[in-house]
Design a protein around this ligand. Structure first.
Ligand SMILES: [Ca+2]
Ligand SMILES: [Ca+2]
Ligand SMILES: [Ca+2]
Length: 187
């Protein structure tokens, strides 16, 4: 992905993720130009309803949208956003950026869980998908890039975690990461 959309334009927020399997790789949006393909060509003048987090939630390989207390899906055929989950009584940790307490592949299969606080601040709730999938991968936390990005959610500028390999429509087989735990010999 290498393109420019002009000089002296403040892109306050942008997202890149595979949300449309009919175009290879990541789509991106934010600033002028609508929804673009990985070469910067506009593929839809209508953009997804949010420019915040992304999350793997349903059964396919494209990524869904995580915004405020909602998980939504970009409908690439009809160019609209549809709601998959609204977490009643839960809220994000700030305003327009709408970050959750955490999003990460914490347990279960490779789809990502999300932690939200309730608006009365008495509960931390963990939501996990109940949608079946035919895909199987080693937990994303086995990927060092992803694991570091999850740590970064808590200590740095809060953004959705991405693995160190392409996970999306048309992806290649993923090589299993050789992880060594400090103090243990590799088997
Ligand atoms: Ca795509
Ligand atoms: Ca998906
Ligand atoms: Ca999971």
């Amino acid at each position: 992905m290498k393109f420019a959309i002009g000089r002296n334009i403040d892109v306050g927020r942008g997202v890149a993720a595979d949300i449309d399997p009919t175009h290879p790789g990541f789509e991106n949006w934010g600033g002028p130009g609508g929804l673009r393909d990985l070469n910067g060509k506009t593929i839809s003048d209508v953009v997804p309803s949010s420019t915040n987090f992304v999350i793997w939630w349903d059964g396919d390989l494209t990524r869904e949208l995580l915004d405020k207390n909602r998980i939504d899906k970009w409908d690439w055929i009809n160019k609209r956003t549809i709601n998959l989950l609204t977490a009643i009584d839960c809220v994000a940790n700030n305003g327009t950026k709408a970050t959750p307490s955490l999003s990460a592949d914490l347990f279960g299969d490779w789809r990502e869980e999300v932690i939200w606080r309730t608006k009365d601040n008495r509960e931390l709730r963990i939501y996990s998908t109940v949608i079946p999938t035919t895909y199987r991968f080693t937990t994303l936390m086995q990927d060092p890039q992803y694991r570091t990005a999850v740590a970064g959610e808590n200590v740095g500028y809060n953004q959705p975690p991405h693995p160190g390999f392409y996970l999306g429509a048309g992806m290649h087989k993923v090589a299993k990461e050789q992880v060594t735990i400090v103090g243990q010999k590799r088997k």
